[in-house]
Write a protein that binds this ligand. Sequence first.
Ligand code: NAD
Ligand code: UDP
Length: 321
Amino acid sequence: MTSQRVLVTGGAGFLGSHLCDRLLDAGHEVLCVDNFYTGTRPNVEHLLANPRFELMRHDVTMPLVVEVDRIFNLACPASPVHYQKDPVQTTRTSVHGAINMLDLAQRRGARILQASTSEVYGDPIVHPQAEEYWGNVNPVGIRSCYDEGKRCAETLFFDYRRQYQLPIKVARIFNTYGPRMHPNDGRVVSNFVVQALRGEAITIQGDGSQTRSFCFVSDLIDGLLRLMDTTDDVTGPINIGNPTESTIRELAELVLELTGSRSTITYRPLPEDDPRQRCPDITKARQLLGWTPTVSLHDGLRHTIRYFAELLEQPVPPAVR
Ligand code: NAD
Ligand code: UDP
């Protein structure tokens, strides 16, 4: 493949930093743009000496003029705890960020991929969720800043395609976990692993019967790269996630087993609008990308536990808000 100049917004975050690694490994030049809202410099510190890597502090709600061939638009806090801290900024990041990156793509004739989310399905009534399902989203709840922001970003992507023939790709990412999640990220896998390793109580919200389907980060990045490399007629939206569904209680028990921790389990109220069930139908990803996840929850958790075990021996990395 010919080397390209690739922009990764949100590149200092959890998924973005892994994407930067993989793009550099493939021989591309990478421009990583991040405002460090939830991302951290240590996530990309190991790349700073690479002459094909550039790190730029920039907020995607502001226009950006750079020379790039491809854009992966990942900038947006993804953990409910963080996206609900400044909900107006979350919507602004999704919507203004999408417009700014689409305008850049249009100016440059660049191909652009949006990191959308399973949250566009809201609290789904259809199960598992296929791309044709329009979702069940509360437009005025505490999760709406994220869900509706991402839905509007999808709309913008498809309107830029219809109006300006822009080559777009939309990936609907389902819950993904792995090394480089921040210990204070607030999402369930990092919370449970950190709690188990510290011997603190595991905090299950609700009765733990709600489900999620967890994808290991290497599989997810592989799916994004495959989608970006498809021909222009493949736009998505396309689900990328692991279809093995677990209850949150099962996840807690597996984390306890794999860490050998003696942490207890404590129950907390279920947050408002927390989806009851979530599982991707990945038929399209299999057919169009030849992609299927390969890392089991068991193996992915072992990698993640090893990462956090080493991390927690060191001073805690710079705070995520
Ligand atoms: P993350 O919070 O680790 O990364 C998000 C990154 O975006 C951070 O580096 C943050 O500093 C940056 N950012 C936020 N607002 C910005 C702004 N206005 N300007 C510039 N940078 C900004 O989260 P993640 O898990 O790596 O998620 C990356 C993307 O994937 C997000 O768009 C998220 O919505 C999407 N996604 C992730 C998951 C998942 O399970 N990890 C699931 C669905 C969708
Ligand atoms: N959750 C939990 N304990 C935690 C954090 C989350 O039980 O410490 C639950 C949360 O209520 C939800 C599920 O785990 O039902 C996944 O939460 P997360 O924030 O990881 O992702 P999302 O809800 O966006 O899928």
